[in-house]
Design a binder for this molecule. Structure first.
Ligand code: GAP
Length: 432
């Protein structure tokens, strides 16, 4: 097993900014700490990952219903779910410099030379805001800290309208917000991030089996996405670190440049949430089992992943440096064809009109089925380097011979091998 590589972190942050994956938010005003904007390639990458996540949920054996729920819900939701009272981190403040930290994370290095910390206080992580023109207690609302509660409060709606039968899942993807005391490590921990969550409803006696099913399935999904298998591991939570709603949790962890950290958590939430919402709302959230004419609150297995954290892990995992024969180093992201922001780059050898025309024709041929881009700036060597560095698996080069033989050169990112392919066969070639 390889050791974590601290230098890698700096390199990824630099490439992400220089190549258009991730920018500091509000950068023209000096930036807002720990807030990030996704550039054209980052947005594509994020969308591709989320699409692959949805696709992986379309299996023949179980039914997963998609929802897209509001970021701002009634405050009653957070009261019932326990987030108002429980969703906090222990915070300490330095009496000398007033810096604030999570007391469960060791300070390294100390904030100032007279570090003198207060005793820990619980700090609620939910962002508060107000709805409507009048700001008072009744208008106070919170930005959701997890997409999960949007699912629980719609359990009965989905059950009724979709005539759902146990076991089944409901999946939600989108932004969540946490006023993290110590955000950082680039897009690993931010105050605004995206989650991809499934609440899988099943009978209590089947919960352990379904937890295993989802743990295996989600781990495989990350491996198929292109994350290094030897940089992934499963870690069951110790009893004292369980979230307030969880009976048991297993984390899928990734080996980040600073060490192991969470990528996704698979929790057995029991019927904690449905019970809480049933009690507080007074609505019947039980499931009627027509087989034995009984009613019960289903158990829940929750695979909760971070979309933006997955973007980061994928960049880290697929980054490679290779020594070329001429002594230069080429850097590349070895991303799978499915997930790469650009799948095929079309490069004219020169900017002459006749070559550009062919490039445009090839682009019309391919762009309906693949993510393509025509790249005309700089020398062909520099363009290959740029495409390698944004993870493009294939480059098509159009040269003067293409005018007569109707063929182009296709270069493979990983092997750098080149093949001459007929323009009319390109769609078939890339489909294979
Ligand atoms: N509904 C359960 C839940 O939210 P969680 O472990 O707090 O569980 C799930 O969050 C995932 O969301 C994490 O595994 C991580 O990938 C992502 N996540 C959580 N907080 C984050 C943050 N501040 N920045 C980026 N991603 C975060």
């Amino acid at each position: 097993m390889e050791k974590p590589d601290k230098e890698l972190f700096e390199k990824i942050v630099k490439i992400a900014q220089n190549r258009g994956f991730v920018f500091n938010a509000s950068s023209i005003y000096g930036g807002l700490r720990s807030s990030y904007d996704y550039g054209p390639l980052g947005k594509l990458l994020k969308d591709n990952i989320s699409k692959l996540w949805w696709e992986s949920l379309k299996t023949s054996d179980i039914r997963i219903y998609p929802v897209d729920t509001a970021i701002i819900q009634s405050t009653d939701v957070w009261r019932a779910s326990g987030h108002l009272s429980e969703f906090s981190d222990p915070m300490v403040e330095c009496k000398n410099c007033n810096s604030r930290f999570r007391s469960d994370i060791v300070l390294d290095p100390p904030c100032c030379d007279q570090q003198d910390l207060t005793s820990p206080k619980n700090f609620n992580l939910m962002f508060e805001t107000n709805i409507g023109p009048v700001k008072n207690e009744n208008s106070q609302v919170f930005l959701r800290p997890e997409t999960a509660q949007g699912i629980f409060v719609n359990f009965e709606n989905v059950l009724r309208t979709m005539r759902a039968k146990l076991p089944f899942g409901i999946a939600n993807i989108g932004k969540s917000f946490r006023n993290e005391i110590t955000p950082g490590q680039f897009i690993f921990r931010t105050r605004e991030f995206e989650q991809m969550e499934i609440e899988f409803f099943c009978k209590e006696e089947d919960a352990a089996e379904w937890k295993q099913y989802w743990t295996d399935k989600r781990l495989d999904w990350y491996i198929n996405l292109g994350l290094r298998k030897d940089f992934l591991r499963l870690r069951p939570h110790e009893p004292d670190e369980l979230a307030h709603y969880a009976k048991s949790t297993t984390d899928i962890e990734y080996l980040y440049p600073w060490g192991w950290g969470e990528l996704e958590g698979i929790a057995d939430r029991g019927n904690y949430d449905l019970m809480a919402h049933q009690e507080k709302s007074g609505k019947d959230l039980t499931y009627f089992d027509s087989k034995d004419n009984t009613k019960h609150l289903p158990s829940v297995i929750e695979p909760a992943g971070g979309l933006t954290r997955t973007v980061f892990a994928l960049l880290l995992s697929t980054y490679k440096e290779e020594q070329l024969e001429n002594g230069e180093t080429r850097t590349l992201f070895k991303m799978n064809f499915d997930v790469a922001p650009i799948q095929i780059a079309i490069l004219p050898l020169s900017k002459k009109d006749e070559l550009i025309i062919i490039c445009n024709q090839i682009n019309s041929l391919l762009s309906t089925q693949f993510r393509t881009e025509i790249d005309v700036t700089q020398s062909i060597g520099k363009r290959y380097r740029r495409q390698d560095e944004i993870g493009t698996p294939s480059c098509i080069t159009v040269d003067f011979e293409s005018l007569s033989d109707n063929c182009v050169t296709v270069r493979n990112r990983d092997t750098m091998e080149q093949e001459r392919i007929e323009i009319n066969s390109l769609v078939k070639y890339f489909k294979n």
